[in-house]
Design a protein around this ligand. Sequence first.
Ligand SMILES: Cc1cc2nc3c(=O)[nH]c(=O)nc-3n(C[C@H](O)[C@H](O)[C@H](O)COP(=O)(O)O)c2cc1C
Length: 182
Amino acid sequence: MKTTIFLFHPDYKDSRVNKALASGAKNAGITVRNLYDLYPDGEINVNKEQAVLESTDRIVLQFPMYWYSSPALLKEWEDKVFEHGWAYGSTGDKLHGKELMLAVSPGAPTSAYHHDGKNYTVTELLRPFQATSSMIGTKYLKPFITVGATSISDADLANQVTNYVKYLEEENIPKLGTYEEE
Ligand SMILES: Cc1cc2nc3c(=O)[nH]c(=O)nc-3n(C[C@H](O)[C@H](O)[C@H](O)COP(=O)(O)O)c2cc1C
């Protein structure tokens, strides 16, 4: 199974968590594409991205949570790369049957993500990606979440890196049901 991590971090040089996770994955031999490095001007090479996606079985989108969603380039990437007739529509089947997995780091701790009258669970906040997965015919795997990313200790981060690599190397990562909570 070919896994590719599509990493979206606009400030990667100052990243601690995503840099550690990406380095762990790279050291384990997993391909990591740093999209902000590849496209510093935001001009995405759609043909190139589609070719990489077509050659991948498990698509991992890794990013820090920004404003309850993703950094902007990921949205631009989706808008440009998931073309009608390629990713969806009557002839758009190129991603059908592949796996889609998110690896997301919210800066705030778990306690910030529950129904307290003004917030939602992380799973709920990520539903647009799950709906997109359904539209493009991929299997939406249970996301790998690193909560409390702004204050995670060195020891917990090291542990999280080990768990990330193990998770990525699993043959059968469970899917997340349409309305299921993690
Ligand atoms: C523009 C911006 C928006 C952010 N929005 C959120 C947010 O909505 N929820 C949250 O928990 N953390 C938020 N954060 C914190 C980041 O998710 C956190 O700093 C990041 O995951 C840490 O990973 P890193 O060390 O790889 O940068 C935000 C940070 C920035 C810079």
